[in-house]
Ligand binder design. Structure first.
Ligand SMILES: [Zn+2]
Length: 81
């Protein structure tokens, strides 16, 4: 019997790249398989997810005028008119 994925628990970097979509293909499949098998890593994934949500909420709460403060994101500068 082979439990090969239990030998490689995930680190924060792995979670970060997985959640940001940078992990794909075989690596993503192996990672998700490991999450199914490993409660520790699954719990960590939940913690990381919650932290990201909290950070996003804090960011939005700190920027009440988010649309106006960053209006230069529409590319007026490149048009030159
Ligand atoms: Zn693990």
């Amino acid at each position: 019997m082979q439990k090969q994925f239990h030998s490689m628990c995930l680190r924060r970097f792995d979670f970060a790249s997985y959640l940001s979509g940078a992990t794909y293909g075989d690596k993503k499949a192996a990672l998700e398989r490991h999450l199914c098998d490993c409660d520790d890593c699954f719990n960590t994934l939940m913690i990381v997810l919650n932290q990201q949500l909290n950070q996003t909420h804090a960011l939005l709460a700190g920027l009440p005028m988010i649309g106006r403060a960053h209006s230069r994101s529409s590319c007026q500068a490149s048009a030159g008119r």
